[in-house]
Design a protein around this ligand. Structure first.
Ligand code: A2P
Length: 289
């Protein structure tokens, strides 16, 4: 069975999900259908900004698996901060997804405008309280962003989804979140596609990294599978993206081997702090409001 993490709300989230960033409608619908209907996934991570929520909704329906068995996450985009916009944004996402609620709704990126950020976070709690999201959380939040919204509202996010892979171990963010009961999710858990947002693009060399490849050979596994396993053993929720059946199946075929302490130490040594996306504090999201 897929391991789960218990959110502060008591909800269980499958620790492994399918990511669909940069997947077009046809690829997304097929990937979601295959992942749920054939490969055993029960968790899909999308966002309004990905432009493929409707395709995610169709893929869930055509998978043949009951919606109640699938954990669905979507995210509020940067242009939708503020109370009224946030309420309109969740309604639009639900309409596109064809769902009456999501399991998790995240603020996609923080704003440096703290008043507006707090206003959005209060609206997220309202959205949860009316049942349109079972749990609420954030993405790309540094500890100071978390302090800002928690100090103002007393409302602790269930989740913080951040860029996290062997090259960006996010030790400080993980320790901060763990000590406060905030589950950590990894985006670009395999090091990304090589085509980033908000930062320079560079090819993903983690998928062919010699250390990860060598570790994988000992278990007859790929570097990608070693990375997924690393996230799971760290207690992190990982959402690897692929639109290819073989890779979708490969990325969830990680439940029957275990990295040892030497493996974990060798992977920890790959943490150079390099990002594939923007640092949350380097983005001028105010300009996008
Ligand atoms: P594709 O969809 O063409 O398979 P991320 O780290 O953001 O999850 O990105 C993973 C990237 O690596 C995606 O671009 C995906 O592309 C590719 N990928 C996903 N799974 C595997 C795998 N098991 N082996 C090789 N490449 C993979």
């Amino acid at each position: 069975d897929l391991p789960t993490v218990e959110l502060s709300t008591g909800t269980l989230i499958p620790q492994l999900g399918l990511g669909v960033w940069q997947a077009d409608d046809a690829d997304t619908e097929h990937a979601v259908q295959f992942a749920i209907g054939a490969a055993g996934y029960r968790h899909i991570d999308t966002a309004a900004a990905y432009g493929n929520e409707a395709a995610v909704g169709r893929g869930i329906v055509t998978s043949g698996v009951d919606r109640s068995e699938v954990f669905v996450t979507t995210k509020l985009w940067n242009a939708d901060h503020g109370r009224d916009r946030a309420h309109a944004a969740i309604d639009a996402s639900l309409a596109r997804l064809g769902l009456d609620h999501v399991d998790l709704y995240l603020i996609h990126w923080p704003l440096q405008n703290t008043d507006r950020l707090i206003e959005t976070w209060r609206a997220m709690a309202e959205i949860r309280d009316v049942g349109k999201a079972s749990a609420i959380g954030v993405s790309n939040f540094e500890p100071h962003h978390l302090d800002t919204i928690v100090d103002a509202t007393g409302e602790v996010p269930a989740v913080n989804q951040v860029e996290l892979h062997p090259r960006l171990g996010q030790t400080a963010v993980r320790e901060y979140c763990t000590s406060r009961g905030i589950a950590v999710e990894a985006w670009s858990p395999l090091g990304g596609s090589g085509a980033g947002w908000g930062a320079d693009s560079s090819p993903n060399t983690l998928l062919t990294d010699p250390t990860l490849t060598r570790i994988g050979e000992r278990y007859d596994r790929s570097a990608a599978q070693v990375m997924v396993r690393w996230h799971l053993q760290n207690g992190v929720i990982a959402i690897p993206k692929s639109v290819h059946d073989k890779r979708i199946a490969q990325n969830i075929d990680v439940l029957d081997f275990e990295l040892d302490t030497d493996d974990l130490a060798a992977i920890a040594a790959l943490d150079t702090g390099e990002r594939v996306g923007a640092h949350p504090d380097a983005l001028d999201l105010g300009a996008r409001e």
